[in-house]
Ligand binder design. Structure first.
Ligand SMILES: [Zn+2]
Ligand SMILES: [Zn+2]
Length: 257
């Protein structure tokens, strides 16, 4: 566990050098949040906690003292999308347009893909890719998220719809590709962290969280008190359950500006 050093100086370099061995990957001492002097400190802090113990979702989702919550939620959302790409790669092994021609979880709804001019019934794996691409485009959009340090409340309000859409990847995986879901979840606890995150920061309603998490009772999770008021599940009112198809809610970039 020798930290990488720069020449003779005793400076710890927290970086993976080119060609470093897998056992040396991220093999450096932790850094206190107060000492992280960077515009991506929050992301570094979150990733550091995930590497330390991915199962400790409470700890991972606990912001440092004084942390502004808009940025905290935004950086977690970025991290979820990043890690969901890994689950998607695993899903590709058995989820294809022939096996799953529609994006479904339970039999109740078919989800339409919001990545197209007119919402479309994409196969599950395409829905997954298109939705992650759309989320990445939004989260990297210079218009809504120009800074990693401050964030407008109107932009924070967009996170709820990203949450609902990407959650469908978990639910599809759970209900249709259980072995892949279980193997992934046993290592990363990603759906567990996502579920707690969505409730704690009031980004999704408990009824919409349809993937059970062992040992977690959604009803008992407290919504973070100091969360700034964000319109969350209210946006869902455009979704009706009396048809078999769930159209994407109308918060696409153009209609929600
Ligand atoms: Zn599938
Ligand atoms: Zn699509």
């Amino acid at each position: 566990m020798t930290p990488t050093t720069v020449n003779q100086a005793d400076i710890i370099v927290r970086r993976n050098p080119k060609g470093c061995k897998s056992e040396d990957f991220y093999n450096w001492p932790e850094e206190p949040f107060e000492e992280m002097d960077s515009t991506i400190a929050v992301q570094q802090f979150i990733q550091q906690k995930i590497r330390k113990d991915s199962s400790n979702v409470d700890e991972i989702l606990t912001p440092p003292k004084g942390q502004e919550l808009g940025i905290w939620k935004y950086e977690h959302m970025r991290q979820f999308c990043l890690e969901l790409n890994r689950l998607t790669v695993k899903l590709q092994a058995e989820c294809n347009p022939e096996s799953c021609s529609q994006m479904t979880a339970t039999e109740q709804w078919i989800f339409l893909c919001a990545a197209h001019k007119a919402p479309k019934e994409c196969p599950a794996i395409d829905y997954t890719r298109h939705t992650l691409d759309g989320a990445a485009a939004l989260l990297n959009s210079n218009k809504y998220f120009p800074s990693r340090v401050t964030i407008k409340e109107s932009s924070v309000a967009k996170l709820g719809s990203v949450c609902r859409r990407v959650y469908r990847i978990f639910s599809h995986a759970y209900y249709h590709h259980k072995t892949i879901y279980d193997e992934f979840e046993a290592i990363h606890y990603l759906c567990k962290r996502f579920s707690l995150f969505s409730i704690k920061y009031d980004l999704m309603s408990v009824e919409n969280l349809i993937v059970p998490i062992p040992g977690m009772d959604f009803q008992t999770i407290e919504v973070s008190k100091c969360t700034p008021a964000t319109p969350s599940t209210g946006l869902d009112t455009t979704v009706t359950a009396n048809t078999s198809v769930i159209a994407p809610t109308t918060e696409s970039d153009t209609s929600e500006a």
